[in-house]
Design a protein around this ligand. Structure first.
Ligand code: 13P
Length: 301
């Protein structure tokens, strides 16, 4: 074990803290994490684990979600400016406007959203349970925010539902174009092409499998195929290469790198534990409303 890793272990023990890392984190971060997974898994873990502290290696909305679900724990986000441009596309005021334009229509918010936006919504979802969450709602109309591409994917799975969408998207996933898929299909005809639903609909349509990061990993583990094209952020390759070292992985687009997810390093984790930074706190009145939307999701899924 390197010296830095040992220091992290010591500080973790001393502070009774656990490290949670999203599948998009750098390999060096995933290596020192106690739990690595997709947004849904990590929100469940945050709600269930017993520790005094959580170091959340991900982006701000993920650390906020952990704090909302674990208000008594100290939640640290090692890189304070690790944000999510998709979450920033919508404000609570925008949600109130949507609700006044469509009175009585339930609002589903993707977990990639601010606490304030969650607090204005009826139920939260992640990419792993979005279809299930929307399907569970009464009536045919649903407001789905803020990811338009994920919304389009859900609408296609649930033809009886009419989704009112917000025009937000993940700039990283949106880089993938249909030509990237057709080229890779020609070059690796035997490969399975696995795509995250945050990609544009024309790209999603060409996939062999569409799913969240953990669903993509599970698909690879259970598939007899040997070559896989990965249509999501490059960080997923870390877990894939660990669980299936004999299989071959090709990243669908070289630009599938989320700059915010890549800000956290082992050094940032060490600094976070040593200096108690950056502590995430959420106003309890807003947190209470946001907690309700997250709890409903956890109960349903
Ligand atoms: P997952 O739901 O697969 O964790 O994806 C989260 C995310 O932020 C994708 O950009």
């Amino acid at each position: 074990m390197t010296e830095l890793k040992e220091e992290i272990e010591n500080l973790k023990r001393k502070r009774n803290a656990l490290i949670l890392a999203h599948n998009y984190q750098l390999d060096e971060v995933q290596e020192v994490a106690d739990y690595v997974g997709d947004s849904f898994y990590l929100s469940k873990v945050a709600a269930e684990i017993e520790s005094d502290g959580i170091v959340f290696c991900g982006v701000r909305f993920m650390a906020e979600t952990a704090k909302i679900l674990s208000p008594d724990k100290v939640v640290l986000l090692p890189e304070i400016d690790a944000g999510c441009p998709l979450a920033d596309t919508i404000t609570a005021e925008n949600v109130r406007e949507l609700k006044s334009q469509h009175p009585g229509v339930p609002v589903v918010c993707y977990v990639n959203s601010s606490v304030e936006v969650k607090a204005e919504s009826d139920i939260c979802c992640t990419s792993a349970n979005a279809v299930k969450v929307v399907a569970s709602l009464p009536g045919s109309k649903v407001i789905f925010i803020p990811d338009e591409n994920l919304g389009d994917y859900i609408a296609k799975q649930l033809p009886d539902k009419e989704l009112i969408l917000w025009q937000g998207c993940c700039v990283t996933h949106a880089k993938v174009k249909t030509e990237n898929v057709t080229q890779v299909r020609q070059r690796y005809p035997e490969a399975k092409i696995l795509i995250h639903p945050e990609c544009i609909p024309a790209v999603v349509k060409l996939a062999d499998f569409v799913g969240s990061t953990s669903e993509i990993i599970r698909y690879v583990e259970n598939s007899p195929a040997e070559v896989f094209v990965i249509g999501t952020e490059v960080g997923v390759l870390c877990k894939l290469r660990t669980v299936c070292p004999e299989k071959q992985f090709i990243l669908l687009h070289s630009g599938l790198v989320c700059p915010n997810m890549k800000k956290t390093r082992q050094q940032s984790i060490y600094d976070a534990l040593l200096n108690n930074r950056y502590e995430i706190n959420v106003d309890e009145t807003i947190a209470e409303k946001a907690r309700h939307t997250l709890t409903l999701m956890l109960e349903l899924a």
